[in-house]
Design a binder for this molecule. Structure first.
Ligand SMILES: Nc1ncnc2c1ncn2[C@@H]1O[C@H](COP(=O)(O)OP(=O)(O)OP(=O)(O)O)[C@@H](O)[C@H]1O
Ligand SMILES: [Mg+2]
Length: 393
């Protein structure tokens, strides 16, 4: 049975009174210090050695431990290491032998609050204990604040996810229902004609009906395609990527669209010959396609798109600059919202889904990157996407 002596008589009010654990192998010395600290309104418990100290802390709480450095059995430093490991919030003040500065410094290096050399001046010790207690309370408050913030962030992310899931589902249902309604209507018209219940229309009318069906199917496919491109690749496939090469390959991919409008796509300044980074090439390509397609849609026939790649502070930034219509400040607020589009008729057969930038934003967030837009209505727009050079799982 360990010799643990509880001499505290004052009620343990943890908010107002500092709880001290005094650890020293010299009984009379320890008793004397304890009595004098109690007179200074502290709650003092005692332990005659390192093992007793740890046993006490296993079952009881304390704010500050005053620990003799030189004790038989477990030394002060060993005891301190165990305290730091199992009770990290506790503050420790070492008591060292006369003129044992090196020992005290060793204690501070190990992470103790401070040390005092014996013989100690009791008010000096009481003052140190109060300072250590203040620090402990400050650190506990900071820790609480951190936990609170973390919980709040988690809850906010969850709420945002639910909200965006709701917006998305409503949007998808709406956007898919539109083409479905058109298909249904056109099919109904053709059935009527085949049933002989209506007048046989001109062949041209039938082709118009078929056109409507095909356009609606295309639109629904574009929507699911955009969304799948982002959802399917949620689990990143991270590999080394030459971002310069990837950008140039992507420009080739949309060549049909650029050539149809005689749009030139060029490097603003030539990037490094090979620009390696570690990321998900499929998602980055999707981002590039969506930004480039938007730029092509925004410019007049013969318009220009300029690209640049920069590497700084372990971040790679790609700029897509066009000299197109620009974005009004009012629309600027909405461009990342799902289904926001100003393109009722991108081309003869297509209208915008309004999912391009939404997907870009989602991908960039997933890859710990950022997206930034600058635009001058009537003059052009620059989208800048930045990614960490090294993406880890
Ligand atoms: N480079 C740009 N210049 C001018 N406006 C742009 C540019 N990029 C995006 N926008 C605006 O942002 C809107 C949303 O873009 P987003 O890519 O999300 O959808 P979309 O291009 O309309 O449809 P989709 O991507 O399916 O073709 C566009 O309709 C357009 O108004
Ligand atoms: Mg787009």
């Amino acid at each position: 049975m360990l010799n643990l002596m509880e001499i505290n008589t004052i009620e343990n009010d943890t908010g107002k009174v500092v709880r001290v654990l005094l650890v020293d192998d010299e009984d009379s010395y320890r008793n004397a210090i304890a009595r004098r600290l109690e007179r200074r309104n502290m709650v003092v418990s005692q332990a005659p050695g390192g093992a007793a100290c740890l046993e006490y802390l296993g079952d009881n709480e304390a704010d500050v431990v005053v620990l003799d450095m030189k004790m038989p059995g477990m030394s002060g430093l060993e005891t301190f290491k165990a305290i730091s490991k199992y009770h990290p919030g506790l503050q420790v003040i070492f008591l060292t032998g006369n003129a044992a500065v090196a020992e005290g410094v060793e204690g501070i290096k190990a992470g103790a609050f401070d040390y005092l050399s014996k013989p100690i001046e009791i008010d000096h010790l009481a003052g140190k204990i109060r300072q250590a207690w203040e620090l402990k309370r400050l650190e506990a408050a900071r820790e609480q604040d951190k936990i609170f913030r973390r919980r709040l962030e988690k809850r906010m992310i969850h709420t945002q996810r639910l909200a965006s899931l709701g917006t998305m589902s409503t949007g998808i249902a709406h956007e898919i229902n539109n083409p479905l309604a058109i298909i249904k209507e056109s099919a109904g018209f053709m059935r009527m004609v085949l049933d002989g219940s209506g007048q046989m229309p001109e062949k041209e009318m039938l082709f118009k009906g078929l056109d409507k069906i095909e356009k609606s199917v295309d639109r629904a496919r574009r929507i699911t395609h955009q969304l799948l491109g982002y959802v399917r690749k949620q689990g990143h496939e991270l590999t080394p990527v030459d971002i310069r090469q990837l950008t140039e390959d992507t420009v080739v991919l949309i060549k049909q669209k650029t050539q149809a409008k005689k749009v030139s796509v060029q490097w603003d300044t030539e990037p490094e010959h090979q620009m390696l980074m570690h990321t998900d090439p499929f998602q980055v390509r999707q981002v590039l396609i969506n930004l480039l397609e938007n730029a092509v849609d925004a410019v007049e026939t013969g318009g220009q798109i300029r690209l640049s790649l920069d590497r700084k502070d372990q971040t790679v930034c790609l700029k897509v600059r066009d000299n197109g219509s620009g974005i009004t400040p009012e629309n600027r607020e909405k461009i990342f919202d799902p289904f926001f589009t100003t393109k009722p008729n991108v081309s003869e057969n297509e209208s915008g889904t309004g999912l391009g930038l939404f997907v870009v934003h989602k991908i960039m967030t997933g890859l710990s990157g950022s997206i930034h837009v600058e635009s001058e209505p009537g003059h052009g727009t620059t989208f800048t996407v930045c990614l960490p050079e090294w993406q880890s799982n």
